[in-house]
Design a protein around this ligand. Structure first.
Ligand code: C2E
Ligand code: MG
Ligand code: MG
Ligand code: MG
Length: 290
């Protein structure tokens, strides 16, 4: 069900088409224009190494400011892009922006990896791996400078195909993280077979850490990740107490409003330069490098 432009015109003229659908078609057209005009923005959110207290990486998050409606939430426009096929050009646009940012950072001596979110539809795109390789060949960057995040649901949607594509991406040297871990249905078999570098524990668990049961589940996820040789990232860390609990539980990396909100990509280098380091409970700060 790709929404071709001609089809949208016909559908828009149809009197029975309800208002919500009409609005979504128009929004999809606007999104296509925004992608074509390179009007999508890349914001980035830093990720904190809980052992060293240093910023070790960042996640790129797509932002769209609609000329009439203002900021559209990613939940809305990513979902729309996935339904209409626009997720392909959208992901390429974000990947482009991220490589450009990483190259700018590298030129300034900042060599932190940037994670990009990838959808199932991207894995189904026969050109995806080749396009990623082209990008990596084009930009003078170490390959591990780009991380990919895939949601657990996306991977488990078609595990056999995902496995094949992820192996190809892994062969290019890209670390791959399983996003929103704990909210989908991962088979333990695939967890072992997928060429993963890390797990990102979903915010739904992080915000519940005050409850003993949630804490036990999160500990089990951290231990599982470590048993598989993976880095464990907690998303949605909103306060100091949560950071301290996670560090104590052996979680490797944290990301959340308690460290910083996603910010325009032009601001991140200066933000990191100002980051004072953070002494985590029970650890010695300052020796490990990112
Ligand atoms: P995600 O990959 O799990 O990204 C984390 C989301 O949690 C982001 O929302 C981020 O702003 C938000 N967040 C981070 N820290 C906190 C916190 O402490 N508290 C709370 N309440 N929220 C926090 P955002 O930017 O709205 O993105 C939502 C989702 O949209 C992302 O979830 C990701 O699945 C998707 N998305 C965003 N950008 C892209 C993209 O370029 N491509 C694809 N395929 N998906 C994207
Ligand atoms: Mg993500
Ligand atoms: Mg996530
Ligand atoms: Mg999430």
């Amino acid at each position: 069900h790709e929404a071709g432009d001609g089809a949208s015109q016909v559908l828009l003229a149809h009197p029975d088409l309800d208002k919500e659908w009409r609005e979504r078609l128009i929004l999809a057209g606007d999104l296509r224009a925004a992608i074509d005009m390179r009007a999508l923005q890349v914001h980035v959110q830093p990720q904190l190494d809980l052992r060293s207290g240093k910023i070790c990486s960042m996640e790129a998050l797509a932002r769209w400011r609609h000329p009439l409606h203002g900021d559209v939430s990613p939940a809305r426009f990513i979902g729309l892009a996935e339904k209409t096929g626009l997720i392909r050009p959208l992901t390429y646009a974000i990947l482009d922006g991220v490589c450009e940012l990483a190259a700018r950072h590298a030129a300034a001596g900042l060599l932190l990896p940037i994670a990009v979110n990838v959808s199932t539809r991207n894995l189904h795109d026969p050109q995806f791996v080749a396009r990623v390789k082209e990008l990596l060949d084009h930009w003078p960057l170490p390959r591990n400078c780009l991380h990919l995040e895939l949601t657990e649901t996306a991977v488990m949607d078609d595990p056999v195909r995902s496995l094949k594509v992820l192996q190809e991406l892994h062969a290019l040297g890209l670390p791959i993280y399983l996003d929103d871990f704990g909210t989908g249905y991962s088979s333990m078999t695939y967890l072992r077979e997928l060429p993963l570098s890390g797990l990102k524990i979903d915010r739904a668990f992080t915000i519940g850490l005050a409850q003993p049961q949630t804490r036990q589940i999160v500990q089990a996820m951290i231990d599982l990740g470590h048993a598989l040789g993976l880095k464990v990232v907690a998303e949605g860390t909103e306060d100091e107490a949560t950071l301290a609990i996670l560090a104590d539980m052996g979680c490797d990396i944290a990301q959340g409003y308690g460290i910083a909100r996603p910010m325009p990509n032009a601001e991140i280098a200066a933000w990191i330069a100002r980051w004072p380091g953070r002494r985590m409970p029970g650890t010695s700060n300052g020796d490990a490098s990112p």
